[in-house]
Design a protein around this ligand. Structure first.
Ligand code: 5AD
Ligand code: SF4
Length: 474
């Protein structure tokens, strides 16, 4: 051991769930006496928190590990950790392909990060992958574990892990396990604690938030309680949304098949819940939706969306769409274009289908769509969704909107970036630096497809959050 503290870097790939896990890993290393640094050159430990949802992640990981071998060989005592979904999926393969990796850990043993780093320092390379989640609320949803928050006015709060759905393209159920909801009171308590440190915005995280609580009710019923087996997400939104000090509540992701009116009503009637719905469409053709096992039709999707907009007239809607699912015909794809145009999305994440080993769709090889055709469809879809995105943004010009300051723009330091309740980025100039977490109003003066330009009007509330100091684990 050296005298100065060990330094670490965590690099995150993929979704918010992974970013949240990275915070936990950072917090654990930090409370084990390590210090975060920005750059690999200063680090003793590099953690790669991986994602496997789409292709290329594998190639990129092994490429990065190749570079990191040189980094590791350059100085004694350096360690490499691979965590997250790709290691959960590949298990022993990571250390076989890159034997210089010190720790390979999965999605169910994030809580072991610091111990594993320490152990491997003494005993050499370790691969530790649990097949399923440890059945202990404090380990599954470790609000009491140390967490190092990157930005401190907003926080992610996990309400559910895993997924019980069987979308034919998706690897998530295989790497994140079955759906487990976190106890209601624990979630509300965590949000209250966050609010007491000055956090004003929370994002509730789960793979299928609409079914939140169904499993809890089922186990209560099995234990003899007389409870109704129904999801409690609407109730959760109302409770979290009424915690004092919380100005904004967001969540991701709902599933259109389970979206019920009670959730839309809870959104509409809880002032802190933001007017933004991420509503993954995936495809516009009913035939493809059925092949994907999505459990809804395009008509049903659009109906629910209209209902949401009726209840929340200023709702921004974003979506995910996959192009080139096996068997997708030109006719199917045209339906996607039509439904996307009709849905009038504010922003769309478009993905090219990527076969994930072990999923149902990966075995539909006879029906894979020619990559050139997929590339062409992808561009056509982009044209449609960028047009609606720009129109949506242009419609906001002239309005005065509430933003929360995120900080100076990465590329243009004299520009400040803020986010509206509809989750839109706004760039504006200020004479003085505004602390991240400050609430203000800006007038929207110009629109671009991916962001807005604004002029600062009024400061509504200064940031009040304290920097969170990691505490030892409970
Ligand atoms: N291929 C392409 N896109 C995928 N997604 C999930 N799995 C795949 C896959 N195998 C997309 C879905 C999901 C988003 C997070 O990633 O659109 O909503
Ligand atoms: Fe994957 Fe479908 Fe579960 Fe979302 S709902 S994580 S797409 S299986």
């Amino acid at each position: 051991m050296t005298d100065s503290p060990q330094k670490y870097v965590v690099r995150t790939f993929g979704c918010q769930m992974n970013e949240h896990d990275s915070e936990r890993i950072s917090g654990l290393l930090q409370s084990d006496g390590m210090v975060a640094v920005e750059d690999d050159t200063d680090a003793d430990v590099v953690v790669l928190n991986t994602c496997c949802i789409r292709e290329n992640a594998d190639n990129k990981l092994y490429g990065t590990l190749g570079h990191l071998k040189t980094w590791k060989d350059a100085k004694d005592g350096r360690q490499i950790v691979v965590s997250g979904c790709l290691s959960q999926k590949d298990k022993d393969v990571v250390q076989k392909r890159a034997p210089w990796v010190d720790v390979v850990m999965g999605t169910h043993n994030v809580h072991r990060a610091a111990e594993l780093v320490r152990e491997s320092r003494v005993s050499g390379p370790i691969t530790e992958i649990y097949d399923e989640a440890v059945n202990d609320d404090h380990i599954l949803f470790p609000s009491a574990l140390p967490v190092r928050r990157e930005t401190t006015f907003n926080a992610w709060v996990t309400i559910q892990i895993g997924c019980d759905n069987t979308c034919a393209y998706c690897i998530v159920p295989a790497v994140r396990g079955k759906e487990i909801s976190r106890p209601f009171a624990d979630i509300v308590r965590e949000v209250e604690e966050l609010a007491s440190t000055g956090v004003t915005e929370v994002t509730l995280l789960g793979q299928n938030v609409n079914s939140y609580g169904r499993d809890l009710a089922l186990s209560a019923r099995q234990a003899g309680d007389d409870v109704r087996i129904s999801p409690r997400f609407a109730e959760l939104l109302r409770s979290v949304g009424s915690v004092e000090g919380i100005r904004r509540v967001r969540y991701t992701s709902p599933h259109p098949k389970d979206m019920r009116e009670d959730v839309l009503r809870a959104m509409a009637e809880t002032p802190s819940v933001c007017e933004h719905l991420h509503y993954p469409l995936q495809a516009g053709s009913d035939r493809v939706l059925a092949l994907m096992h999505r459990g809804y039709t395009a008509a049903r999707y659009l109906e629910r969306l209209a209902e949401a907009r009726r209840l929340m007239p200023d709702l921004a809607v974003t979506t995910d769409i996959i192009v080139g699912f096996p068997g997708e015909t030109e006719e199917d794809f045209v339906r996607t274009l039509e439904v996307a145009a009709e849905a009038d999305f504010d922003s769309t994440y478009t993905f090219i289908f990527s076969p994930r080993e072990g999923t149902e769709a990966a075995s539909m090889t006879d029906h894979f769509v020619d990559p050139a055709v997929v590339a062409d469809r992808f561009e056509r879809l982009r044209t449609v969704v960028e047009r609606t995105a720009l129109l949506k943004h242009e419609a906001r010009v002239g309005r005065t909107e509430e933003i929360v300051v995120e900080g100076p723009s990465r590329r243009l330091p004299d520009i400040t970036t803020g986010r509206t309740r509809q989750n839109k980025l706004v760039h504006f100039r200020t004479a003085q630096q505004l602390r991240p977490g400050t609430y203000a109003t800006v007038e929207i003066v110009r629109a671009a497809p991916h962001f807005l330009h604004g002029e600062l009007r009024e400061i509504l509330a200064e940031a009040t959050h304290k920097i969170r100091i990691p505490v030892a684990s409970a």
